[in-house]
Design a protein around this ligand. Structure first.
Ligand code: SF4
Length: 74
């Protein structure tokens, strides 16, 4: 399995909207962490393909929909 980032996909977080629940860092610790203020820290905007499902799961769990998965045009 390749660890290379999957082309055409982008992960974003809305830092201002984050309510510090910590759900994302529990569901996908390889992608998210929490800063000293409790707000989300995105570890990478271009996660490798094998972590994309975890990114989608974290977006589902985020109570304020602060996690966005974007598919870029080819
Ligand atoms: S799940 Fe959403 S609200 Fe909770 S820490 Fe992550 S981005 Fe913030």
């Amino acid at each position: 399995m390749s660890a290379a980032a999957e082309p055409g996909r982008l992960l974003r977080v809305d830092h201002a909207a984050c309510c510090r629940s910590g759900a994302c860092s529990l569901v996908a610790p390889d992608l998210f962490d929490q800063g000293d203020d409790g707000k989300v820290l995105l570890k990478t905007a271009r996660p490798p393909a094998h972590l994309w499902e975890a990114a989608e799961e974290a977006a589902d769990y985020c109570p304020v929909s602060a996690i966005e998965l974007e598919t870029l045009p080819e």
